[in-house]
Design a protein around this ligand. Structure first.
Ligand SMILES: Nc1ncnc2c1ncn2[C@@H]1O[C@H](COP(=O)(O)OP(=O)(O)OP(=O)(O)O)[C@@H](O)[C@H]1O
Ligand SMILES: [Mg+2]
Length: 502
């Protein structure tokens, strides 16, 4: 704690946790897929690719089948409208010529090819087997297979289907034309689906082009956005490296209020706190070395005097008494410094058990009896009700010692010191009061600071700092009330079940 150390990583308690090892952290920009920039760009790319793929592989086929279904519905509507006319004409024995004129007329009006097929009984029931009339027969090189007609002939009702003829899809709707209840002909209304397929192909091509552009844009935009973020993060990384080197001077510019901006704000706050801690640590080390040097310097002076001169026994006894005082001071100082460093490092174990504060007060009043006598002071113990606290008995005694020691050290001879315990508002209190001169208002605000001393007594100024720190660790408080002619310190602790500690 007291040694000055090389720059490195410091914990909040001032302990060096370890040296900065930058080899362990590879700069993000050097690691291709692991960098935030590339990962974000890839993520953007993947999202757009998934969206384009979904449209291309799912939405477009859906569109194609719903446009096809639309065409089939139109053909079915034509069939149910024109089928009755054809049925009547066929049953009436229309001539071939008039039938051909009729189907052409329907074709022209409806835009659908009309084919009348004759039905014969086959192996598997009635089958359409020859063309009776066709509105387009002269123009068609390849004859369709008419799968809808087969179903209509077999079932005697209407049917629709899509058939591929010469590489092109055709939609068909067939109606059975019957004579005396027997299906003898089938009328097929058909149309090619080239328009539907052309439109779907066009949409597909456009999706591919737009998709490619969107993918490239996503990749580029993702990369640019991520690069901007990566730069800001890199700035934070550089600032963290500086702090690790012990340089707290440069705050990070806060350029936005987003998460990274917030991080920069928190980072700057942390930097300020670390700076304060660091200067407190330096100040502490400087004070501690100074406090240690004073008694050592005085001791070495006396040793030299004893060596060089040959003092008379009376002077020698005086030297030895002063030297003993300095050694006692050094001893107290090192114990205090050790306590403080333990408190800072959170290395102090605080027990929590029932402590009867009245007992502690009585015991310590007895312990300080001889010292009080030397000081011609009196320590009075108040007779109060039982005041049990949940605390660490050793630490309570340590605080009490600090307070009684102060009441004896910083007051003139003949001062009366009163110690007492009581329960108040659910907390147990231990009070040490004296009728000394009191503490001035300005000093009152500082007595709990480390190394603060308000008089010429020659203390090191650590007692009350340790006492308050210990009180806090036991979830308690240590408060000072002082006016001219009276100083009172009150230690408040959480109340606990009574158990006498004899
Ligand atoms: N009962 C008291 N009456 C008057 N002044 C007091 C009293 N208690 C504390 N003080 C003032 O508060 C200062 C800080 O006390 P603290 O116990 O922290 O340090 P110290 O007594 O000077 O040194 P040490 O570390 O040896 O205890 C003292 O120097 C003194 O000026
Ligand atoms: Mg003291």
């Amino acid at each position: 704690m007291l040694r000055l150390r090389a720059p490195g990583v410091w914990s909040l308690t001032g302990r060096q946790v370890g040296p900065v090892n930058r080899d362990l952290v590879a700069p993000a920009s050097e690691v291709s897929v692991n960098s935030v920039r590339n990962r974000l760009a890839l993520l953007f790319f993947a999202i757009v690719a998934a969206a384009v793929g979904f449209i291309y592989l799912y939405v477009v086929p859906q569109l194609r089948s719903s446009l096809t279904a639309e065409q089939l519905r139109r053909l079915e509507a034509v069939g149910s409208e024109q089928g009755a006319r054809l049925d009547a004409a066929m049953t009436a024995g229309i001539s071939q010529q008039r039938l051909r004129a009729l189907v052409r007329g329907i074709d022209q009006r409806t835009g659908s090819r009309v084919t009348v097929l004759g039905v014969r009984e086959g192996d598997s029931g009635p089958q359409p087997s020859f063309v009776v009339a066709d509105s387009e027969l002269e123009r068609t090189a390849v004859l369709p297979g008419y799968p809808a007609a087969s179903v209509a002939a077999a079932t005697g009702s209407a049917a629709s289907a899509v058939e591929t003829v010469g590489g092109e899809r055709r939609g068909e709707s067939a109606i059975a034309l019957s004579d005396e209840g027997e299906p003898r002909w089938v009328a097929v209304f058909s149309t090619d689906l080239a328009d539907v397929d052309d439109n779907v192909d066009l949409i597909r091509r456009q999706i591919l082009i737009a998709g490619t552009i969107a993918l490239l844009a996503a990749l580029g935009a993702g990369w640019l956005v991520a690069r901007a973020h990566a730069r800001r993060l890199r700035r934070l990384e550089k600032a963290a490296e500086k702090i690790a080197d012990g340089d707290f001077s440069t705050p990070i510019p806060v350029d936005s209020s987003d998460e990274v901006g917030q991080l920069a704000v928190t980072f700057n706050e942390m930097q300020k706190r670390l700076e304060r801690l660091d200067s407190a640590r330096r100040e502490f080390i400087a004070n501690a070395s100074h406090e240690l040097r004073t008694p050592i310097f005085s001791l070495s002076g006396f040793v030299e005097l004893l060596e060089d001169d040959d003092p008379d026994p009376e002077a020698r006894a005086e030297f030895v008494r002063t030297m003993r005082e300095q050694v006692a001071r050094l001893d107290k100082l090192t114990v205090n410094l050790l306590d403080l460093s333990k408190l800072d490092a959170d290395a102090i174990q605080i027990r929590r058990e029932p402590v009867e504060l009245g007992d502690v007060a009585r015991r310590l009043a007895g312990e300080f009896g001889p010292a009080a006598e030397r000081h011609e002071s009196a320590i009075e113990v108040g007779e109060g009700a039982a005041a049990a606290a949940a605390a660490d008995p050793d630490r309570v005694a340590q605080i009490m010692r600090i307070l009684i020691d102060n009441a004896l050290t910083h007051t003139p001879e003949g001062t009366t010191i009163k110690v007492g315990a009581h329960i108040d508002n659910g907390s147990a209190s231990l009070v040490v009061a004296d009728d000394g001169p009191g503490i001035e208002l300005r000093a009152r605000e500082r007595v709990f600071e480390r190394f603060y001393t308000g008089d010429e007594v020659g203390g090191s100024g650590l007692g009350l700092a340790i006492a308050r720190e210990l009180a806090l660790r036991m979830d308690g408080t240590l408060e000072l009330r002082s006016r001219r002619g009276r100083t009172e310190f009150e230690l408040r602790l959480p109340a606990g079940a009574a158990r006498s500690r004899g």
